[in-house]
Design a protein around this ligand. Sequence first.
Ligand SMILES: Nc1ncnc2c1ncn2[C@@H]1O[C@H](COP(=O)(O)OP(=O)(O)O)[C@@H](O)[C@H]1O
Ligand SMILES: [Mg+2]
Length: 236
Amino acid sequence: MGKGYFITGTDTQVGKTMVAGGLAALYRNKGLDVGVMKPIATGCKRVNNTLISDDAIFLKNSAEVDDEYELINPVSLEQPLAPTIAARLSDTKIDLEKIRMAYDSLCERHEYLIIEGIGGLLVPIDEYYFVVDLAYEMELPVIVVCRPNLGTINHTLLTVSYAREHGLAVKGIVMNESTENGNDVVMRTNIDEIKRLTGLPLLGVIPFDKGLDVTKFNKEVLLKIFRDKVDKDIII
Ligand SMILES: Nc1ncnc2c1ncn2[C@@H]1O[C@H](COP(=O)(O)OP(=O)(O)O)[C@@H](O)[C@H]1O
Ligand SMILES: [Mg+2]
């Protein structure tokens, strides 16, 4: 099994990029050689005729790497849609070989890799190939990012059970407040149920903080919050 993590989530917008970036920043801050990857990004912006993903840039800044953009984000699609649909609308197909080659190069360059998936585990990448299959190929333990509020128990248990059924090693859960939640009781009770029913450790609870913003990288805030709020054992 490789060193690092594949970061998945119970949904889109739950905080995968934030958590992947926060972990990469912690690794870098410890003096560890960490690389990052967002294999497939949709909703990319066109800059000088090149498609650029905010997620990939945030991860690159967090890990402080100078790897070529194409290695960090080998597949960039313009439409903010599911990957197979965004690819079809751009008259392309997702190039899995390109992703595998970029992954192999980054593995050779770095001791640790933090990979951000796209959406959740059952997002299709090819006709019968899903994010879960990509995570399996990459042979990294998985961290599941979930939201704190009502509905999260169901989504988190489904994700963990699907990951396990497909042979992924689940390291644990990170709960992230990507929107202002304000209900501590709901959050605490959801945490207890998720821990009880999955048997997994809660590796961190990241609070909502206006200083955390994927489109505005702020190293100091990111590092401070992740240093305080995630389990020290998360760094392998
Ligand atoms: N803890 C947090 N506090 C404040 N804003 C957050 C937090 N986590 C995520 N966000 C914001 O919520 C949105 C979704 O987070 P993101 O990490 O991009 O989710 P995902 O990668 O799962 O789609 C982004 O705009 C991000 O800046
Ligand atoms: Mg993201």
